[in-house]
Ligand binder design. Structure first.
Ligand SMILES: Cc1ncc(COP(=O)(O)O)c(C=O)c1O
Length: 417
């Protein structure tokens, strides 16, 4: 029996039925310990942009580990590669005059953002601005901040009293955001957290004009706009940041996943000059008392640099655009399948094959059966909170593999009907 307690798992079932144990990966495929190969429909957990088995990243990380694996970055010390990465990330962001906070993943980027927002308002002598606005279906990781900001209801349980105040608005209704801020009083509202395209909640692209509207509303009320780009950054929407695609200038951008393609854990925040100002302008004025042992970890930074090199040299941002069209075209016919309600695709290398709500309701467990059937047909995917199958392949997936993906998923659904 396994001794590993898996995240988000029904461990009674896993320990009874066993695990899928993987050994290796190459480009868009992974192989299990029995030698069976699967198409990776989800890029691991949305992260593996450059594909599996890239020795370029392994070599860069190993070289950095041999030189200087890690060092404290508290105060005025840092490894050279950490500073190089920060400069590179900021230069490719909508805030070339901004700065980068580095963390070990998306959840601690979000928690850091929550604390940064609160500290920012304290320094501006508006300490009553403590309420965060979140969206229905939102996923912002599972640390305390992200759990308080969860719009996926089951992810919020046991967190009634986290000390982080937040209110929810409908994910697609900018007017409700405006009304909510007015009702609370803008002087109470600290920030609006927003995934440019909702990921784990079910792959929901923003309605036309929605993101521009929420940016205007936040500006009007002085509320900080936090774009959570943990999924949408680094090519998944055909740009370094989805904010550029949607012409947004968020006050903070959180990122993780694609920054290293998952080769080592790394996340962070791009902070705009507006947020930096009270911290960066007057020496001796203040210290943001926040950071982690592994903030700016050197080996992770080296992996990120090598990953960004690959994204650039292999034109993988363009590949994000190519996959946007290819996935939408090849998956569209699945809409006619009796188990499928709709296929959401067409914004980035992202899609969800939404299973029919009536079928899900009438046949408990059918979603997981589809996932297992896909596995038998050589595709790894998973069920999102909405009851949709996650499709977010590595950006190196070829058009031929997208064809195979669509064929195999159709066969998997046929087997379960
Ligand atoms: C939008 C978003 N924010 C934050 C996170 C949390 O990132 P991590 O799992 O690296 O902590 C995720 C993870 O899926 C995410 O999708």
């Amino acid at each position: 029996m396994t001794r590993y307690w898996h995240p988000f798992a029904d461990m009674a079932t896993v320990s009874r039925d066993g695990e899928l144990v993987l050994r290796s990966g190459s480009a868009s495929s992974v192989t299990d310990v029995d030698g069976i190969e699967y198409l990776d429909a989800t890029a691991g957990l949305w992260f593996c942009a450059v594909g599996h088995g890239r020795t370029e990243i392994a070599v860069a990380a190993a070289a950095q580990m041999s030189r200087l694996a890690a060092y404290s970055t508290f105060g005025d010390v840092a490894p050279d590669v950490t500073l190089e990465l920060a400069a590179r990330l900021v230069a490719m962001s909508p805030h070339p005059d901004g700065s980068a906070v580095l963390t070990s993943g998306g959840s601690d980027a979000i928690d850091s953002a929550v604390k940064l927002v609160l500290r920012h308002w304290e320094l501006l002598e508006e300490p009553s601005r403590t309420t965060m606005v979140r969206r229905s279906s939102a996923y912002h990781g599972m640390h305390l901040g992200g759990t308080a900001l969860a719009g996926i209801e089951p992810n919020r349980i046991h967190l009634a009293d986290s000390g982080i105040r937040s209110v929810q608005v409908a994910w697609d209704d900018a007017d409700e955001l405006d009304r909510t801020i007015r009702t609370l009083g803008a002087e109470q509202v600290a920030a609006f957290f927003c995934e440019p395209v909702i990921g784990a909640g079910g792959v929901f692209a923003p309605p036309d004009g929605y993101l521009q509207r929420v940016q205007e509303i936040c500006r009007k009320h002085g509320v900080l706009l936090v774009a959570d780009e943990v999924i949408t950054g680094f090519g998944r929407l055909g740009e370094w940041f989805a904010s550029s695609r949607f012409e947004l200038s968020p006050d903070l951008i959180t990122f993780a996943k694609g920054v290293t393609s998952g080769y080592l854990p790394l996340g962070g925040i791009i902070a705009s000059p507006r947020v930096m100002e009270p911290f960066w302008s007057t020496p001796g004025h203040t210290v943001w008392r926040h950071g982690y042992t592994y903030s700016g970890h050197a080996a992770a930074a080296a992996a990120a640099m090598a990953n960004l090199d690959l994204l650039e040299s292999e034109h993988l941002l363009d590949a994000g655009d190519r996959l946007e069209g290819a996935l939408a075209a090849r998956l569209a016919p699945l809409t006619d399948h009796p188990l499928v309600d709709e296929v959401r695709a067409g914004v980035g290398a992202l899609a969800a094959i939404q299973l029919d709500a009536d079928v899900l309701g009438a046949r408990p467990g059918i979603g997981n059966r589809v996932v297992l059937s896909a596995r038998q047909h050589g595709v790894l995917t998973r069920l999102l909170a909405s009851g949709g199958l996650q499709i977010s392949p590595p950006l190196v997936m070829t058009d031929h593999e997208v064809d195979q993906l669509a064929e195999r998923l159709t066969a998997a659904l046929d087997d379960v009907v």
